[in-house]
Design a protein around this ligand. Structure first.
Ligand code: G
Ligand code: G
Ligand code: NA
Ligand code: MN
Length: 253
């Protein structure tokens, strides 16, 4: 209960921060965008999401936290666009229940308007498992977001049980290959088979693919050879505080 109270206050006290992990187009070396990952700056410590996201989900605090994350990501994307003169898209992790809320679209629209930002600066990630759990109820929001121009990415893809038939009808833009498959690339043939299958599926549906959790040059080479060009992982950068990602951009782009 103490933690719940503290988390409640954390939002008001602006103790939540987003860290950003770049997505890279490996062939061109281009920065494609970043995934926002939430951190809680509690006193002098950084509390990782594993220790507060489950609590936030249980208590419902995840709803205002998600609204906050959307606004903060849009603000940051806009700031980087202006500072670097490039298109920046920031992906925010959404619990599936956010897509059931009637105020989601309105909240995004007002945040975009306030920041004079285009919808393309925001992307929303939903896990494959979260999506399939509530598919029929989530679809209307996906359609509205798509119409607005906010792209949807399916996170941890390959670990859930997608109905492939449904996948063809969903207005989504990106699949993120779960890092459990990436980790075993070059060591377990089954992982290569799974990644190959995901890439073939994505190609036929016209979806972008991002490999997450890329840690080694070997994994990068295998992915590149299989035709997956967009990657995210410690090999390129860990999630960074905003100012540190700016430095990374100056050094890299
Ligand atoms: O950031 P990693 O560093 O530890 O994140 C651990 C887990 O917490 C991941 O599964 C990630 O999806 C989740 N997570 C991180 N940030 C957010 C967030 O802003 N919102 C939600 N709902 N989950 C997040
Ligand atoms: O569930 P989701 O994919 O949103 O979680 C992202 C999580 O993966 C975060 O905890 C992030 O810190 C972590 N992460 C990012 N890159 C790597 C990596 O290269 N290796 C590992 N093991 N974890 C990573
Ligand atoms: Na994610
Ligand atoms: Mn992921």
């Amino acid at each position: 209960l103490a933690l719940e109270t503290a988390l409640h206050k954390a939002l008001e006290r602006e103790e939540l921060v987003l860290h950003y992990q770049p997505k890279v187009d490996v062939r061109s070396g281009r920065f494609i965008g970043a995934e926002a990952l939430m951190r809680w700056q509690r006193n002098d410590q950084i509390v990782p999401p594993a220790e507060f996201i489950p609590l936030a989900e249980e208590t419902g605090l995840i709803i205002p936290m998600s609204h906050w994350a959307i606004r903060e990501a849009i603000r940051q994307a806009r700031a980087w666009q202006q500072a670097f003169g490039i298109e920046v898209s920031i992906a925010v992790n959404m619990p599936s229940r956010m897509f059931l809320r009637t105020d989601l679209i309105e909240s995004i629209q007002s945040a975009l308007a306030e920041q004079h930002a285009a919808p393309g600066c925001l992307e929303l990630e939903i896990t494959e498992t979260g999506l399939m759990k509530d598919l029929q109820n989530v679809i209307p929001a996906l359609r509205q977001l798509n119409a607005l121009g906010v792209e949807i990415s399916i996170d941890d893809f390959g670990t859930g049980y997608s109905s492939l038939a449904y996948l063809t009808t969903l207005p989504i833009s990106e699949l993120k290959i779960d890092r459990s498959f990436v980790r075993e690339l070059g060591h377990r043939r089954e992982s290569t088979a799974v990644v190959t299958a995901i890439l073939a599926l994505a190609r036929s549906l016209g979806l972008r693919v991002v490999a997450e959790g890329v840690e080694t040059p070997l994994q990068m080479d295998v992915l590149d050879r299989l035709g997956c060009g967009i990657m995210q992982g410690y090999l390129f950068s860990k999630p960074l505080r905003g100012p540190d990602l700016e430095q990374w951009l100056r050094d890299t782009v």
